[in-house]
Ligand binder design. Structure first.
Ligand SMILES: Cc1cc2nc3c(=O)[nH]c(=O)nc-3n(C[C@H](O)[C@H](O)[C@H](O)COP(=O)(O)OP(=O)(O)OC[C@H]3O[C@@H](n4cnc5c(N)ncnc54)[C@H](O)[C@@H]3O)c2cc1C
Ligand code: SF4
Length: 556
């Protein structure tokens, strides 16, 4: 018998006369919902560990280990509180296992799952009354807030949503006005980081027998998944989550604001909190984090910067995802939907097919909007083939080592490079989904399709977030370690101009791009022709998995 099941058996409670709750893999908390208020002696929970779900995409090993070790620890924590725990290892749609349970114990309650994939899976049981969906109490805002700020036409803006969320909640407000006289302190938050103040060292966590056992399982059964498994850097228990949050409050948040946009090859997170993977499985609750940060004795730009991410961006993207049914409705023309889950171009990189056998029937992949087109396959550089572009290579190697990189690296290097190369936005989204430990459909799709690639056009952002080498050089130390000169032969700048030229007709009327378009007009003749040659060359070479060399680019 395994360590985990042995411990669970020792803690087991009499399951009779209980009301049963299904706790999905991303609702691992007893601070909200029925688990927070009902007598533990009257409750039972169902947890489902599901290799079928893992097989749908080549998920990073660290992500699988994060979910499994937190689920197992959560089961033990709840059993120790007196709750009856039914821990099932299923290998098929969640609804199959849940139907069996509900037929046995009666209707099972669940807080509305955040992931669309899971909502769709269990929907037939909701229709038949075997599952009773109750509101998810983990969100800080309700969807009416999004409807309130919507201008005519299907467009939403995070800043309007965030202002409304601040006003209605009173967070960082005094007498109906924002503290400090403005809602956003973003302009004060754009310092580059040159090593001082020193960035905190990421935490190491204890590896107990339960986590060790999950590690063995990953190595034995999921060794074909990509990514490095590092059990020491993995928070797995309720107390690990508290330790991480204390670390973030004490060591990150004071400097969070000013260095929010900085990137570095020396520190992958700089002053970012690294809480997203725990926040998204509810080991930490957003409302609690926001009230803790409001009470911290730190500068207003840091407080506001952090609260904007959690109360603003995080809530906003979730509502948009629900509202558009995962970008299936409200877009013109209506996007295609993949017939099966995407593999982020794993196939192109490994030469092996990612088998979704048994996981596909009735469970299609994601929506595929492409406002700017975009059909280039994701280059193998995203899977670790060195491209010779130091910024890209350095971040990709962090991602496969940790399942993490911070926001600006995701937006201004990874998504930027992919967008400049007209990479298929769905493939990029699937890559982010499987490579990051904090990725779920409701958060990864708006961030990649909406913010990172402009694949949904002006639905979420006013313009594409793209840049040449100047931005990367200004905000990071990457260029110092690179063969290319950001002010000279770096190919990212011609790629940027080639992108604007290719998409001129779609972008020309955008008022936020009028200055850039004037500069494009002045970029004539040989420079413009070379931009295109650089684009063609990079697209072909990177697709082949080749490493770029200065001398080859110099010949173009
Ligand atoms: C292309 C792209 C893909 C992304 N994919 C994901 C994803 O799959 N999962 C995910 O949680 N975040 C995603 N983000 C948002 C953001 O990059 C991460 O939330 C953040 O980097 C997590 O690291 P952290 O905990 O150190 O964050 P911090 O910088 O310390 O921020 C604190 C918290 O704010 C929240 N937050 C900040 N920005 C966003 C945002 N745009 N959307 C939602 N929440 C936000 C997160 O919960 C985060 O933990 C993505 C952003 C981009 C540009
Ligand atoms: S020089 Fe260009 S490719 Fe190299 S790190 Fe800087 S931006 Fe990236």
């Amino acid at each position: 018998m395994s360590v985990f099941s042995n411990r669970l058996r020792q803690l087991s409670q009499d399951p009779s006369d209980r009301r049963w709750i299904y706790v999905p893999y991303d609702q691992l908390t007893d601070s909200i919902g029925p688990l927070s208020r009902e007598n533990t002696r009257n409750l039972g929970i169902v947890l489902i560990e599901n290799p079928w779900k893992a097989a749908r995409r080549p998920y990073h090993r660290q992500k699988l280990a994060l979910i499994l070790s937190n689920m197992r620890h959560f089961a033990l924590e709840q059993a120790a509180r007196g709750i009856a725990v039914l821990y099932i290892v299923a290998d098929g749609p969640y609804r199959n296992a849940l139907e069996e349970v509900a037929r046995d114990v009666g209707p099972v309650k669940v807080m509305t799952p955040a992931e669309r994939e899971l909502r769709t899976d269990i929907e037939p049981l909701v229709s038949t009354g075997l599952i009773r969906m109750i509101p998810h109490e983990g969100w800080m805002t309700d969807s009416q807030l999004l409807e309130k700020i919507q201008k005519p036409g299907p467009q939403w803006r995070m800043d309007a949503f965030y202002r409304e969320a601040r006003r209605s909640s009173g967070i960082l407000m005094a007498k109906g006005k924002p503290l400090g006289g403005k809602y956003s302190h973003d302009p004060a938050n754009r310092l580059t980081w040159r090593g001082k103040p020193a960035a905190p060292t990421p935490l190491r966590f204890q590896v107990d027998a339960v986590k060790e056992e999950v590690g063995r399982l990953i190595r034995e059964k999921f060794s074909h998944h990509p990514g490095h498994l590092d059990l020491n850097s993995l928070p797995a228990t309720k107390s690990d989550a508290e330790i991480l949050w204390s670390w973030a409050k004490e060591q990150c948040l004071e400097w969070f604001g000013p260095y929010e946009d900085a990137m570095s090859s020396v520190s992958t997170g700089i002053f970012h909190t690294r809480i997203s993977s725990l926040l998204n499985i509810h080991r930490l609750l957003p409302s609690r984090l926001v009230s803790d940060v409001e009470a911290l004795d730190i500068s207003l730009p840091s407080k506001e910067g952090f609260i904007r991410q959690v109360l603003g961006w995080r809530e906003f993207v979730h509502h948009v995802h629900v509202f558009t049914d995962g970008f299936r409705v409200g877009l013109e023309p209506p996007p295609d939907v993949l017939s099966q889950p995407g593999d982020g171009d794993y196939r192109n990189w490994t030469g092996k097919t990612w088998s979704t056998k048994g996981t596909e029937s009735g469970f299609p992949g994601g929506s595929f909007p492409r406002w700017l087109g975009g059909d280039t396959p994701l280059p193998p550089a995203f899977w670790g083939a060195p491209s010779g572009l130091y910024c890209l290579d350095s971040i990709v190697s962090n991602v496969w080592a940790e399942g993490y990189s911070h926001h600006i690296t995701r937006l201004m290097v990874l998504a930027n490079m992919a967008t400049l190369l007209d990479v298929n936005p769905r493939e990029l989204t699937d890559w982010f989904w499987l490579a990051y430990t904090d990725a779920y459909d409701w958060v990864v799709e708006p961030n990649v399709l909406g913010m990172g690639t402009y694949a949904v056009g002006p639905l979420l952002t006013t313009k594409p977030y793209v840049s040449g080498a100047n931005y990367i050089n200004r905000m990071s130390d990457f260029c110092r370690g690179c063969q290319f000169d950001p002010l000279g032969d770096c190919p990212i700048t011609p790629l940027y101009w080639a992108f604007l030229a290719r998409h001129e007709s779609a972008l020309r009327g955008n008022p936020r791009l009028s200055m850039v378009m004037k500069s494009l007009d002045r970029r004539q003749g040989p420079a413009k022709n070379r931009d295109k040659r650089v684009y063609d060359f990079l697209k072909a070479r990177l697709y082949d998995g080749a490493r770029l060399r200065r001398q080859d680019l110099a010949r173009l």
